[in-house]
Write a protein that binds this ligand. Structure first.
Ligand SMILES: CC(C)(COP(=O)(O)OP(=O)(O)OC[C@H]1O[C@@H](n2cnc3c(N)ncnc32)[C@H](O)[C@@H]1OP(=O)(O)O)[C@@H](O)C(=O)NCCC(=O)NCCS
Length: 168
């Protein structure tokens, strides 16, 4: 099984580049924003998966501190073994432990199941990044509260923010 631990952003940059931004696409900026946590999974000493979480406002109104998952990537040869799920669980635990109220991400549609299994649900309509394909916002609460209002008018709000969405 993989060993999941905290690493620097630089340590996972090559894997994120290869898996998420192949062909020379630029990695998103903000690798080292305050309070960001980068986790990496190692098998037999080799980096095989990564992900990060940082404070970042969700594209919908909700009270409390919002945390966003980015950069989820697993090397193709070890996918489907629960390693990405273990990284994601560590990111969720961190955001919850830090006092976060909401966790969200811009999920690639093919990865939707990964996030659903961690308890996230979709919000609003899918949207397409011209270079990276279809995405959908996914989110979950991190502590007990009444969030019934969050999903009441997603279409209206997503029309307002759709131009500002950036990919996973
Ligand atoms: C998404 C990803 C990080 C999952 O990593 P993993 O180690 O395979 O994750 P797990 O084994 O814990 O979970 C597997 C789940 O990932 C998803 N998945 C499997 N292969 C995938 C692929 N090629 N691309 C996207 N998601 C995939 C499936 O939903 C699967 O769930 P299922 O078994 O219930 O169908 C990995 O598949 C990957 O790096 N994909 C390409 C990059 C990507 O899409 N990253 C997410 C950006 S939002």
């Amino acid at each position: 099984m993989a060993d999941v631990r905290r690493v620097s952003a630089a340590e996972t940059a090559w894997l994120r580049q290869a898996v998420l931004r192949p062909g020379g696409l630029l990695l998103p900026t903000g690798d080292d924003v305050p309070d960001v946590l980068h986790l990496a999974a190692y098998c037999e000493g080799q980096l095989v998966a990564c992900g990060n979480v940082r404070p970042d406002p969700a594209p919908f109104p909700a009270e409390g501190w919002h945390w966003r998952v980015r950069g989820m990537a697993t090397a193709p040869e070890v996918r489907g073994r629960g390693i990405g799920g273990a990284v994601l669980a560590g990111l969720v635990d961190h955001a919850r432990g830090a006092g976060g109220a909401v966790l969200w991400c811009n999920a690639r549609i093919p990865a939707q199941r990964l996030y659903e299994r961690a308890g996230l649900r979709t919000w609003g309509e899918p949207w397409v990044d011209p270079q990276l394909g279809p995405h959908i916002v996914m989110w979950t609460t991190l502590r007990a509260a009444d969030w019934s209002g969050v999903a009441e008018s997603p279409l209206q709000i997503s029309q307002q923010v759709v131009g500002a969405l950036d990919a996973d």
